[in-house]
Design a protein around this ligand. Structure first.
Ligand SMILES: Cc1ncc(COP(=O)(O)O)c(C=O)c1O
Length: 405
């Protein structure tokens, strides 16, 4: 039997991405050859000793950069108790204390713990369905927005607006639809009888760093209240200080019914969380959801240390100030280089539409010792650690400007 020869598209622009390296790790990522062996402050170092200034933070995880003494101490203190893991069948203080802190600093009345962002969204979908079904057996639908990224498990993948990520895994989880980001489309889609939840990122991350319009959020909140539909904010990337407030919803003028968190929450140890309103908490009963590892004493101890620091007003003010400054600098780079079409963002979360494929710029930046991300084919994404100094930011932006030229 002869197999058909795969035709490579000739329309793709030639992008100088390094050849994939030999690895025994399943090939779901195309990684450049360098291996990082050490991190300190705002820099990662490869095995040759080359330093890379990090404007990616492990995709919004490393809010305090690398080798942070407070985080190391929090881990050591947790390890010293001898409790790395205790089953969720029993109570432990770190998880209880962390939940209390999150509840005290938000709209929520309870917190569910899990191990990743996608898991947090899957949990929130289940809670919303239970809430919807408590009103009517058909009130189960989940709506997400054009441009959304909510993860790569089955329901979260169905809510993720990326044909490339979805196509190989069809059929997707049923009952999830993607709707345009307009109030007319949302109004038409939000059937009070059949829709349980709307999920959105207050600032879409992977979808190109798009700040969702406050007016749209206010109208959507009014519609979801009226139709008793749970409004879920996915703050996995935009939450926990990234936009300059502890939670991104604080700057939107609306209060959601659930917020999902992950990425920076435990400083790189795997953890996700769902903040749940009183009304939705009330429908959840023992056995409705579960996890072996979620919220264990090690991760929860570290997360409590992290969220206390991220809630510090001085840190949040620094993020807002540095973020506003960075936006101005990026607009200046746009004017000077002619290589940038648009600049969007807030806090320390910025997207830059460029005139060439983003992957090539990301690769050239890495060669130049600067780590940046893409968010779509023609958009670069900058997510520096929240504690990066103005001087370090200036160094990174100078290097980005050179790379763009
Ligand atoms: C907004 C948002 N939601 C969900 C996820 C999925 O998180 P995880 O990779 O931890 O499953 C991500 C990850 O990039 C994200 O940015």
């Amino acid at each position: 039997m002869t197999l058909p020869v795969m035709q490579l598209s000739t329309e793709q622009p030639a992008v100088p991405v390094p050849a994939p390296t030999q690895s025994a790790i399943l090939g779901t990522y195309k990684r450049p050859p360098a291996q990082f062996v050490r991190g300190d402050g705002m820099y990662l170092y490869d095995e040759s000793g080359k330093a890379y200034l990090d404007f990616a933070s492990g995709i919004a995880v490393n809010a305090f950069g690398y080798n942070d003494a407070g985080i190391a101490r929090a881990i050591q203190d947790a390890v010293a108790t001898g409790l790395l893991h205790v089953s969720n069948l029993y109570r432990t203080a770190p998880g209880e204390d962390l939940a209390e802190f999150l509840v005290d600093h938000s709209f929520a009345s309870s917190v569910f713990y899990c191990n990743s962002g996608a898991e947090a969204n899957e949990g929130a979908f289940k809670f919303a369905r239970k809430f919807g079904r408590s009103m009517s057996p058909d009130k189960t639908g989940i709506i997400s927005l054009r441009g959304a990224f909510h993860g790569r498990l089955f329901a979260s993948l169905a809510a993720t607006d990326r044909a490339k990520y979805q196509a190989p895994f069809k059929p997707l989880a049923p009952g999830v639809s993607i709707v345009e980001r307009t109030i007319e489309d949302l109004d038409a889609a939000l059937d009070a009888r059949t829709v349980a939840a709307v999920i959105l990122e207050p600032v879409q991350g992977e979808g190109g760093v798009r700040v969702i319009d406050r007016g749209l959020l206010a109208e959507l909140r009014a519609l979801t209240h009226e139709r008793r539909i749970a409004l879920i904010f996915d703050e996995i990337q935009s939450g926990l200080g990234r936009t300059g407030t502890l939670f991104a919803y604080e700057q939107t003028g609306v209060v959601p019914d659930m917020v999902t968190l992950a990425k920076p929450i435990a400083a790189g140890l795997p953890m996700g969380a769902v903040l749940v309103s009183e009304e939705i908490s009330a429908v959840m009963k023992p056995g409705d959801h579960g996890t072996t590892f979620g919220g264990g004493p090690l991760v929860a101890s570290v997360a409590l240390h992290v969220v206390k620091r991220l809630a510090e007003p001085a840190l949040l003010e620094q993020v807002r100030d540095n973020g506003a400054w960075m936006g101005e600098e990026l607009r200046a780079i746009m004017r000077r280089t002619g290589r940038v079409r648009a600049v969007r963002g807030m806090g320390l979360m910025w997207g830059i539409d460029v005139v060439e494929p983003a992957a090539g710029v990301v690769a050239r930046a890495m060669d130049a010792g600067l780590l940046i991300l893409s968010a779509g084919e023609y958009t670069l994404r900058l997510l520096p650690p929240l504690v990066m100094s103005r001087d370090e930011m200036r160094d990174g932006l100078e290097s980005l400007e050179e790379v763009l030229r």
